[in-house]
Write a new protein. Sequence first.
Length: 140
Amino acid sequence: MKVQVKWIDGVSFVGESESGHAVVMDGAPEAGGRNIGMRPMELLLLGMGGCSSFDVVTILKKSRQPISDCVAEISAERAEDIPKVFTRIHVHYVVTGKGLNPAQVERAIKLSADKYCSASVMLGKTAEITHDFEIIEPAI
């Protein structure tokens, strides 16, 4: 896997992926940024959320669970001192589907966290990562 990060100006950068996608990153105004893009640490959390959500949805589909939506709400705490690594991360999954089996949802989350999500495993080297979930039954 290869990516490229190009400096725009100030502390603004464009990241381009090998797959042809781009994202703007920038710092907060108090750090010299113009607030035109996400912070790099936000992207790390988004990457973990995307990786884990991908796993959860895929596992539930393979388990023939009637999933219709999945949202990962992620909150994190960082160290006070530099490097300000993540020290705690909590992922709250909101999984929607008619007749979802809670044990299957829990299993999918655990498999992602412990085995399949490379981002979670990597961030888990510095942060305590916790998970919980809720199941939403669609109205219709």
